[in-house]
Design a protein around this ligand. Structure first.
Ligand code: MG
Length: 217
């Protein structure tokens, strides 16, 4: 079973599930030629998709267009169902920076046919994650993220630009799914998604808190 490393307690905890948000930054929705959603767009990756800092991710033979999406992720610290907004923050234990690697050509084909896009976003290596750091005392509205590819900045954004905040997302998801300790929530990507090539070196940061380096193999 894949794990997330919790820096504070120096523990690796099992990740039962990974929830991801689609189109949670208005400018990314625009670059995808999508409307801003009226409620959170939620999909999942299997936890087998996780790789950690230093990983080399192989481009699947099925694609000609592997894209990076850089995202803040939160780690759920305790089990909950039908969580109220006032208590939602208490379910967030820690946070880090992740990549939601996407086979864009495969995803587009599946979306156009009205089919689930799982294989385009859930394949092995599609969820690189940093270590997670505690959220205690952190003002989420000050969180910033960035991604460089081969030293050139490709994506930059701030949590304040997200359409649905983590508390609202927890309320929404927990109406239908039991949240479990170790579940991850990827909060969507800012604009600037683009193609990756073999040999590319990616450096993602949750500024001041966490970083992640991977290479495309
Ligand atoms: Mg994404």
């Amino acid at each position: 079973m894949k794990t997330v490393h919790i820096a504070k307690s120096n523990q690796d905890i099992i990740v039962p599930k990974i929830f991801c948000l689609g189109k949670n930054y208005a400018k990314h929705a625009a670059e995808m030629k999508s409307d801003v959603p009226q409620r959170p767009v939620v999909f999942m990756k299997p936890s087998s998709a996780i790789v950690h800092n230093g990983a080399r991710v192989k481009i699947p033979a099925m694609t000609k267009d592997l894209h990076h999406e850089t995202e803040i992720f939160f780690v759920i610290g305790k089990e909950g169902k039908d969580i109220r907004k006032e208590e939602a923050r208490s379910y967030v234990d820690s946070m880090g920076i992740a990549l939601d690697l996407t086979l864009r050509d495969v995803q587009s084909e599946l979306k156009n046919a009205g089919n689930p896009w799982l294989i385009s976003k859930g394949f092995d290596g599609s969820a690189p994650i940093s270590n997670a750091v505690p959220v205690e005392g952190v003002d989420f509205n000050k969180l910033e993220l960035s991604l460089s590819v081969n030293g050139q900045v490709r994506q930059r954004g701030g949590y304040t630009d997200t359409i649905f905040k983590i508390e609202d997302v927890i309320v929404f998801i927990s109406q239908l799914f039991t949240l479990e300790r170790g579940d991850l929530i990827f909060t969507g990507t800012p604009e600037g998604v683009a193609k990756l090539n073999p040999g590319d070196k990616l450096h993602a940061e949750l500024t001041g808190y966490a970083s992640l380096d991977i290479e495309i193999g």
